[in-house]
Write a protein that binds this ligand. Structure first.
Ligand code: HEC
Length: 147
């Protein structure tokens, strides 16, 4: 009876589109870009270069910071880590870019000011590179805080 088949085929059709969408979206989300892969690879390459030349000596090649970074030595704090174990990811982009340009705000801060040494683009690139030291959760949380 056509009256029976028709609703059935409509049912099948009504499932088809959502399923297709699910497959398409599912396919996309396996390689879903996180906040890092949205970053321009050229910018990351610049950031890595800038970081390794200017920052790694203190903050560590992988952003691990200096040992016992919470304890000042002769009144000067060692460099903190930039990886997930530190607190860099707790701060929005604006605050981090300001520290990079103006230097550290702590008294006797060892953090140099890069405002006259690096261009705005280089400072943004080095920040983008620092974000590669973070886990997905840290990146997402920091991205929300930077909006
Ligand atoms: C001579 C050592 C030294 C060098 C070189 C250095 N830093 Fe720092 N940096 C520090 C110290 C120490 C602090 C923490 C004290 C402060 O904030 O005053 C710091 C703090 C920071 C912070 C704030 C971190 C946070 O968790 O709040 C950022 C961001 C930062 N540095 C980025 C950079 C970048 C980018 C470079 C390279 C372009 C760089 N630093 C080079 C020593 C250094």
């Amino acid at each position: 009876m056509p009256s029976v088949r028709k609703p059935t085929s409509r049912f099948v059709h009504s499932l088809f589109l959502p399923l297709l969408l699910l497959v398409l979206l599912g396919g996309c989300s396996t390689g879903a870009p996180d906040s890092n892969s949205q970053t321009d690879p050229d910018q990351l390459a610049t950031g890595k270069q800038v970081y390794e030349a200017n920052c790694a000596a203190c903050h560590g090649i992988n952003g691990e910071g200096q040992p016992n970074w919470r304890t000042p030595v002769n009144g000067v704090f060692p460099a903190p880590p930039h990886d997930s174990s530190g607190h860099t990811w707790h701060h929005p982009d604006s605050a981090l870019l300001e520290i990079i340009a103006q230097g550290g705000s702590l008294p006797n801060s060892a953090m140099p000011a890069y405002g006259d040494i690096l261009t705005v683009g280089e400072r943004e690139a080095v920040l983008a590179y620092i974000k590669t030291f973070w886990g997905k959760q840290e990146r997402e949380s920091q991205a929300r805080g930077s909006r």
